[in-house]
Write a protein that binds this ligand. Structure first.
Ligand code: HEC
Length: 134
């Protein structure tokens, strides 16, 4: 629903811009500016859907963590100090219990246990993840 409305509002604003602007310049601004703002909100919303389906069981509602299971994302220095590329690689690989970074309670499964997730899915989760951080 939210998705449809966002898509509609992009179409509506593009129609508006090209309608009143006339030639080239206005149209160019319309096509680059409007989706750029929306795409982040869009990506975050899509990331939340993937999160709720795949990661929530171990990381808790809104990334608060689950005792002896998934770590809290809100206060995670690891997330804060990692680049998007590093986080994607981390999620793909997971973390075994004998990893020096592990709390030793449970492993982080590769791709959060769902290998069908695409890089785009995980990049959206990363955008959502960063939005949860303090
Ligand atoms: C089956 C449980 C489980 C699922 C599902 C899961 N994780 Fe994890 N995750 C863990 C555990 C356990 C850890 C912490 C391991 C440790 O270091 O002790 C962890 C750690 C992490 C960390 C590192 C946090 C830090 O501060 O070190 C990230 C990032 C992460 N998970 C991302 C994800 C993402 C993204 C998903 C969904 C696509 C996901 N996880 C799904 C169990 C899970």
């Amino acid at each position: 629903m939210k998705r449809t409305m966002t898509a509609l509002s992009i179409v509506a604003s593009l129609a508006l811009l090209s309608g009143c602007g006339g030639e080239g310049e206005t149209q160019a601004t319309g096509t680059t500016a409007a989706p750029a703002v929306d795409s982040n909100t869009f990506a975050k919303a899509k990331g939340k859907v993937v999160y709720n389906k795949t990661c929530l069981a171990c990381h808790g509602e809104g990334g608060v963590g689950v005792e002896n299971l998934g770590k809290n994302w809100i206060v995670s220095e690891f997330i804060k100090n990692s680049s998007d590329t590093e986080l994607l690689a981390f999620i793909r690989a997971g973390r075994t219990i004998d990893d020096p970074m592990s709390a030793g309670n449970a492993p982080m499964p590769p791709s959060g246990g769902d290998p069908t997730l695409t890089d785009e899915d995980l990049n959206n989760v990363i955008i959502y993840m960063r939005s949860l951080q303090d």
